[in-house]
Write a protein that binds this ligand. Structure first.
Ligand code: UD1
Length: 373
C-alpha cells in the first residue's frame, strides 16, 4: 500500500510525525512525504523536522506565502503532477491549513482516496479560513479520523456516512507523549532566566497568530492592553509568529516589562515551557489540546472553539478578547482555583497506531473485493 502524506505548516509536522513512525514500522506500507513549503522559515519548519525525527520530505513544492487563494492554487498546481507520478493508493492529510484542503482537492479530482486526520472539528465560524478548509476537506475525504465525539455528530449532520467515521484519539497527543521525555532536557528555562535556586519562577506563556486577533491594529492593541494586565501579575513569555511580528512592527507600541517577546521556539523548548507554565494564553487550535493533555490551564483568546472537549472535559476557557474576563480568569487560576481537567477519551498516545491499523484493514478488504470481482 502506497501512502502519500502531505504537510505544509508547523502544526502539520507535529501531527504527521507519529503517523510516519507507525507506517515505517510496517513493511506493507510504502510511505512518501510531500512538503508544500507553506511554512519555510527555519524556526517554523526545519527545526520541527529535526526535533520530530521526520526524514527529509521526498518532494518539496516550495510554494511559500501568498493570499489564501494564491497559496491554495499554487499548491493545487504543483501537487497534481506529483500525485500523478507517485500514483499512491491513498493521500493522507492532517489538520486544517491551506495545504490540507489543496492536497485533498487535487487528490479527489484524480480519484485518489483521501484520509483526513482531525476530521469533523467545527467552530461554525466561516470567517476563519481554517473552518472553510475543514468543511471542504471533510466533504471530499473518504476516511474521516476524529479526535472527539462532537466531531462525529458534526460529520453526520453534514451527511457523511457513519461507516467512514472513525474515533481514534489525537495524533498531536501521540507526539506530545513521545516528545515529553526529550523536552525535559531542554535548557529553555535556564536560557530565559526562569530558574532561581533550582526552582521554576512562575510564568505564563502566550501565542497569538489568528488573523482575527492580529490583522487589525485596533484589535491587536486592545488585546495587548488586556495581556499587560495579566503581565502585571505574572511574567509572560511570548514567542512571536512572523505574521504577528510584522503587525507588532507596524503598531510600534511600547512594550511591558512583564511581557517578554522572543523568536518562535522549536517543538521541544515549547513543550518544556508549556508543561511548566502556570497558565497559557493562546489563539492556536493545537495548544488548546496540548494544555488539556498536560493539565495546564489555558485561556483561549477566541470567541469559539472547534475543539469543545478541551472546554467541557479539559482545562480550557474561552475568553475571547474580553479584558475583564481575561484578567478575572487569570486571577482565578493564579489563586489555585483553575480547572483541573481530565483526559478526553482515547487521548492515550496511540491514535496513529489505530489509524494505520484501520487503513491497512480497509485497504486489504478493498484489494480482496476488487480481486473477487
Ligand atoms: C497557518 C495556518 C494556521 C495555523 C498556522 C500555524 C492556514 C489558513 N493557516 O497560519 O491554521 O494555525 O499556520 O502556524 O493555513 N511567514 C513567514 N515564514 C514562514 C511562514 C509564514 O514569515 O515560514 C509569514 C508570511 O509573511 C505569511 C504569514 O507568515 O504571509 C502567514 O503565513 P501563512 O502560512 O499564510 O499562515 P499562518 O498565519 O502561518
Amino acid at each position: 500500500m502506497k501512502v502519500l502524506s502531505v504537510v505544509g505548516a508547523r502544526p502539520n509536522l507535529v501531527k504527521i510525525a507519529p503517523l510516519l513512525r507507525a507506517m515505517t514500522q510496517l513493511k506493507q506500507i510504502e510511505s512518501v512525504l510531500v512538503h508544500t513549503g507553506q511554512h519555510y522559515d527555519e524556526k517554523l519548519s526545519e527545526i520541527f523536522f529535526k526535533q520530530l525525527n521526520i526524514g527529509e520530505p521526498d518532494v518539496n513544492l516550495g510554494v511559500g506565502s501568498g493570499s489564501h487563494s494564491a497559496q491554495t492554487a499554487e499548491i493545487l498546481r504543483k501537487i497534481e503532477p506529483v500525485l500523478v507520478e507517485q500514483h499512491p493508493d491513498l493521500a493522507l492529510v492532517v489538520g486544517d491549513v491551506n495545504s490540507t484542503v489543496a492536497a485533498t482537492l487535487a487528490a479527489a479530482k484524480l480519484g485518489i482516496p483521501v484520509a483526513h486526520v482531525e476530521a469533523g472539528l467545527r467552530s461554525f465560524d466561516r470567517s476563519m479560513p481554517e473552518e472553510i478548509n475543514r468543511v471542504v476537506t471533510d466533504a471530499l475525504a473518504d476516511y474521516l479520523f476524529v479526535t472527539e465525539s462532537d466531531a462525529i455528530q458534526n460529520l453526520l449532520k453534514e451527511g457523511r456516512p457513519r461507516e467512514r467515521i472513525y474515533m481514534v484519539g489525537n495524533v498531536m497527543i501521540d507526539s506530545l507523549q513521545h516528545a515529553m521525555p526529550f523536552a525535559q532536557s531542554s535548557t529553555v528555562l535556564n536560557d530565559l532566566g526562569l530558574m532561581e535556586k533550582g526552582n521554576v519562577v512562575p510564568f505564563g506563556l502566550l501565542t497569538l497568530h489568528r488573523p482575527s486577533n492580529v490583522d487589525s491594529l485596533d484589535v491587536l492593541s486592545r488585546l495587548l492592553r488586556a495581556l499587560h494586565a495579566v503581565a502585571d501579575r505574572l511574567p509572560i513569555i511570548f514567542p512571536v509568529h512572523p505574521r504577528t511580528q510584522s503587525k507588532l512592527d507596524e503598531l510600534n507600541a511600547s512594550g511591558h516589562p512583564g511581557l517578554r517577546m522572543i523568536a518562535p521556539l522549536g517543538y521541544l523548548d515549547f513543550l518544556c515551557l508549556m508543561g511548566r507554565a502556570r497558565l497559557v494564553l493562546t489563539d492556536s487550535g493545537g495548544i488548546q489540546e496540548e494544555t488539556t493533555a498536560l493539565g495546564v490551564p489555558c485561556l483561549t483568546l477566541r470567541e469559539n472553539t472547534e475543539r469543545p472537549v478541551t472546554v467541557t472535559v479539559g482545562t480550557n476557557y474561552l475568553v475571547g478578547q474580553n479584558p475583564e474576563m481575561i484578567e478575572a480568569i487569570a486571577c482565578e487560576i493564579l489563586a489555585g482555583q483553575g480547572k483541573k481537567g481530565e483526559q478526553p477519551e482515547l487521548w492515550d498516545g496511540r491514535a496513529a497506531e489505530r489509524i494505520v491499523d484501520i487503513l491497512l484493514r480497509e485497504f486489504s478488504e478493498t484489494v480482496a473485493t476488487s480481486r473477487s470481482l
